[in-house]
Design a protein around this ligand. Structure first.
Ligand code: GLN
Length: 543
């Protein structure tokens, strides 16, 4: 499913029908997009320039959506491959909705550079946080370097940023529980799954030997509940196929093939008395589906915990949940919306072990942590965040990970129950300079400077090209008095009104004449003739 194709506004859409010149309703949209990237109006644009534009807003070169642009490079030996309009159009047609959002500054996090800078700052600040200690009850986990640290973000538009050891693999551990729950839901539906596992916080440690009053595990986010969900994933199938199914799911969630830490699996299995005890306790209570093989189920559970991914990949998985189950990079639906809704709800109440209540109070976001020091946080409809830092607090949560969440909530309006008047915090959804007044000021400034590239980009945001600033001066006034012929040409060609008057009752033509810019004056005279002012109101052209 192509979510990106659902943007509203002037989003060009690809069509399969044969185009005939002059009979293409999307032509002007594509031309505007081309112009938005063709900074120097040369009629060609460097493919690398387009790629670096995309990278600036977080659409990175390894993004599968960008691959067609890169592959096109293979046809052209020279790296700085130039694209003319036709080449540009054919390359971007499949991702035109994305490109249009990039050009118009309408991605999920419009000021992505600002977010990336904040993430880098938080990362640098927390380097000195060395509290907590690495999990050692699974011997293999005790061997990791405790100083490793990564933060990664991915928005629902697939804008990504990463800092630190973001390509180092770590084991999912408890984070596998959230996805195991989703898989059980997809297979059996919510009613059946919750005949076997509750959905209340347990109020005790993740491996506590306790069940709820119905003899069921308290919820799917603690060991007993996760072992139960494993018993519900393709029961009766071959263990190899069941494990493949989980691996493939992680591949679809992250867009990349995960790894597997066999040593961690062996080490956990060899020291798993508590998990065995939990499983037998549940069997004693008749909690499992009929015919469940306990030992096989436990092995399956340990294997799921030993799947290895990186912080980068985990952020994409979190973004897939934020995006209602659709991977923002591959645009593949992995889980249904209702599965994701149930999972996020339980992540809010139970995802952070016995710290879940406090976390829900201070941060409020759905999150899941694992004893490898991994953490994923979801800001629904906006982005996913992952943190990996192996030192844990006494409840089993990554110390730096919790601190990253506290910082994000301090900086941004992401707490779901924050008061709306919280102006001290930044709104990640807000476009930089999104106020109309700011855009108009920016447009006038760019026009006066002769910065045609910026004028085009602003035009692509949909700002009214005839709008006036505080002095009632329009972009045309500024461009005319500075003699910016190309900008005047562009503005007129795109419908800017040459008849507006400023505070001194002067039109752009008056300015051009006064300041001796003959070329510009000719253009304005011709345009004014084509569009005479409304009688009795000098300069009051089209509104
Ligand atoms: N595999 C670990 C266990 O069962 C997972 C626990 C965790 O991450 N909290 O003990």
């Amino acid at each position: 499913m192509d979510q990106a194709g659902q943007g509203k506004g002037r989003t060009p859409r690809s069509r399969n029908t044969q185009r005939t010149p002059g009979d293409d309703p999307y032509e002007s949209d594509y031309l505007a997009l081309f112009a938005a990237f063709d900074d120097d109006a040369s009629g060609t644009l460097e493919r690398d320039e387009l790629l670096s534009h995309l990278a600036e807003v977080g659409i990175l070169p390894d993004d599968p959506r960008v691959q067609p642009l890169l592959e096109a490079a293979g046809d052209v030996p020279d790296q700085g491959a130039s694209l003319d309009y036709a080449g540009f159009r054919s390359l971007i047609e499949p991702i035109s909705a994305l490109i249009s959002r990039v050009a118009g500054g309408r991605l999920a996090v419009p000021d992505f550079g600002g977010l990336a800078a904040d993430i880098d700052r938080i990362y640098a600040d927390l380097q000195s946080e060395t509290g907590g200690k690495v999990a050692d009850y699974i011997p293999q986990l005790a061997q990791v370097d405790p100083d490793q640290f990564a933060i990664s973000v991915c928005t629902v538009d697939g804008q990504r940023h990463t800092v630190g050891d973001a390509d180092e693999p770590f084991c999912l551990q408890s984070i596998s529980k959230a996805i195991g729950y989703c898989l059980a839901l997809e297979e059996h539906g919510v009613d059946k799954v919750h005949q076997h596992v509750g959905r209340e916080p347990s109020g005790v440690a993740f491996n506590a030997l306790t069940l709820n009053p119905r003899g069921r595990p308290h919820n799917p986010m603690i060991n007993a509940g996760a072992i139960m969900c494993c018993s519900l994933i393709r029961p009766g199938g071959l263990l190899a196929d069941r494990f493949d199914h989980v691996m493939r799911t992680w591949e679809r969630l992250t867009g990349r093939r995960p790894g597997y830490a066999n040593a961690t699996y062996l080490s956990e299995r060899a020291t798993a008395d508590r998990n065995f005890a939990l499983a037998y306790f549940m069997r004693e209570n008749g909690a499992f589906p009929r015919d469940t093989d306990i030992v096989e189920t436990l092995e399956f559970y340990f294997q799921c915990c030993s799947i290895e991914i990186t912080a980068q990949m985990l952020a994409v998985a979190a973004a897939t949940l934020a995006n209602g189950g659709v991977n923002p990079l591959t645009r593949e639906r992995v889980f249904s919306e209702v599965t994701v809704q149930h999972c996020l709800s339980l992540m809010v109440s139970c995802g952070m072990y016995d710290y879940s209540g406090e976390f829900a109070f201070t941060v409020g976001l759905p999150a899941k942590s694992g004893v490898a020091g991994d953490l994923m946080v979801v800001v629904p409809q906006l982005l996913g965040v992952s943190v990996w830092s192996p030192r844990l607090d006494e409840l089993g949560n990554t110390v730096r990970g919790i601190e990253v969440c506290n910082r994000l909530v301090e900086l941004y309006q992401v707490h779901p129950h924050a008061t709306s008047a919280d102006a001290a915090r930044k709104d990640l959804r807000k476009r930089r300079g999104a106020d109309t007044a700011e855009l108009v000021t920016a447009l006038c400034w760019a026009a006066g400077q002769g910065d045609l590239g910026e004028v085009r980009r602003l035009a692509a945001t949909g700002v009214d090209l005839s709008a006036a600033n505080y002095d009632l001066r329009t972009a045309l006034h500024l461009a005319a008095s500075e003699g910016r012929t190309d900008v005047v040409e562009y503005l007129l060609a795109h419908g800017a009104d040459p008849g507006r008057v400023d505070r001194r009752q002067a039109t752009p033509l008056d300015d051009a004449e006064r300041d001796g810019h003959g070329d510009v004056a000719d253009l304005l005279r011709a345009a004014t003739k084509r569009r005479p002012p409304v009688k009795g109101q000098k300069g009051k052209g089209r509104r």
